[in-house]
Design a protein around this ligand. Structure first.
Ligand SMILES: Nc1ncnc2c1ncn2[C@@H]1O[C@H](COP(=O)(O)OP(=O)(O)OP(=O)(O)O)[C@@H](O)[C@H]1O
Ligand SMILES: [Mg+2]
Length: 406
């Protein structure tokens, strides 16, 4: 008889019921599984495909699963970059009635790269720097929202390409806690945990010969902490300005926007004779992502969005349209979509649309620099497809993606 299981989920996909819940995850038959790269973990984690969606299934304790499920849901509500919780399956038992551990199901993060996949060959030091940047920015963003991670590490983070940089996502929230705000002590503690974990991971990479010889594990973890501190300071420092220096406040807000942070309000207090103390209230990262989403409905990472918006704004400046919304619509249908459609089906799984477009713009710029004149979009697209995209190492195998083919 098929054992009864208990499923907790906001959206139950009936296909979930058909998975072999009475078998320990470790022994699931291959026909249910998708082979995708994954990070190092204590628990058994497997990927399954149901319909067109890939899920990550993790066998874990019941309390832990519930806690992680709730936290991931809470993070999703505040739009935080983390994997999405889908369901908990509990009350499992094998055919002899012996209880099995509950599982937590999350949606597989498309186009994500566990750091081990990135390190399958030795990374260039610049790439390493970008990874650390992304991780430091994730922790800053996390602390701004009052989230204490408690187990920040490279293997608990997933990376996605973001127009030459990386965007980091939280994958393991097991030890986390969401508070209204964090004290300096709590932030420091979280950073210290990150430092210890990353040091260990960098040592492992070094032992496996995967760390570039110029990179020292000690420096790697120190750099994450330094980057974090610089960014945190930039965002939160109190600045004294003169009464007539409105311009300085504007400059600060622009700089924060440039870094990708949205500013909700600026708190000012009078110090003495006309001087103010100013502290911007940063509400969230994702300034460019949100503007792009609002204007075009495209969901992109922060740096991709910045590139796409630059192109959109240039396009608008060149056209006769003053209305931003109208110009955005025209850009989307006349510029962005044709580029994406120009990619032949067998190359579509290499890069997601926003990343593809960002790279095409970059390519156009390089060609134009070399030619000493603007080569135009269409030739740049053709050249990108023929000279660059086809020769990409088969990243698809690493990415394990489901890209809509429309
Ligand atoms: N939704 C997901 N999308 C993509 N990859 C995932 C997802 N969930 C898990 N993974 C992969 O599985 C790995 C292990 O997941 P996770 O960190 O949650 O397991 P864990 O056993 O709790 O880890 P730890 O040993 O840190 O406690 C991750 O590093 C990641 O590579
Ligand atoms: Mg983990």
């Amino acid at each position: 008889m098929l054992g009864l299981v208990r499923i907790t989920s906001a959206l139950v996909d009936p296909a979930l019921l058909d998975l072999p819940w009475s078998t320990p995850l470790e022994q699931w038959p291959a026909d249910h599984l998708v082979a995708l790269p994954q990070g190092i973990s204590r628990h058994v984690v497997r990927f399954v495909r149901l319909g067109g969606t890939v899920y990550a299934v993790k066998e874990t304790g019941e309390r832990v699963a519930e806690r992680e499920y709730d936290l991931l849901r809470a993070l999703e509500r505040i739009d935080f970059p983390s994997v999405q919780a889908v369901a908990i399956v509990a009350d499992r038992a094998d055919d002899d009635g012996k209880p099995l551990d509950p599982v937590l199901i999350t949606r597989h993060l498309q186009f994500s790269l566990p750091y081990r996949a990135l390190f399958s060959h030795t990374l260039r030091p610049e790439t390493m720097t970008r990874l650390l940047d992304a991780l430091a920015a994730l922790i800053v963003r996390m602390h701004l929202t009052g989230f204490f991670w408690g187990d920040c590490s490279l293997s608990n983070t997933l990376f996605r390409r973001d127009a030459g940089a990386f965007a980091a996502y939280l994958v393991d929230a097991e030890t986390g806690a969401l508070r209204s705000r964090l004290s300096n002590g709590q932030r420091g503690e979280d950073l210290e945990i990150a430092r210890i974990n990353i040091f260990g991971e960098a040592l492992d990479l070094q032992a496996a010969g995967l760390l570039h010889e110029s990179i020292d594990p000690e420096t790697v973890c120190e750099e994450v902490a330094q980057r974090y501190k610089r960014l945190w300071h930039e965002i939160t420092y109190e600045q004294q300005i003169e009464r007539d220096a409105r311009h300085d406040i504007e400059g600060r807000i622009r700089r924060l926007n440039e870094l990708g942070f949205d500013v909700a309000e600026v708190a000012m207090s009078v110090v003495d004779r006309g001087a103010y103390l100013v502290r911007p209230k940063v509400v969230d990262a994702g300034y460019h992502s949100r503007r792009l989403l609002r204007l075009t409905g495209l969901d992109a990472e922060e740096n991709q969005a910045r590139r796409l918006l630059n192109d959109l704004d240039t396009h608008r400046a060149e056209s006769d349209l003053t209305d931003e919304q109208q110009a955005a619509h025209r850009w989307l249908t006349e510029v962005f979509e044709p580029v994406v459609r120009a990619v032949p089906a067998h190359l579509r799984r290499k890069l997601e649309p926003a990343e593809l477009f960002a790279q095409v713009i970059e390519h156009r710029w390089r060609l134009s620099e070399a030619a000493g004149r603007d080569v135009g979009l269409a030739p740049a697209v053709q050249s990108f497809l023929a000279d660059i995209l086809v020769h990409r190492p088969d990243e698809q195998a690493v990415l394990g993606v489901e890209v809509p083919t429309t």
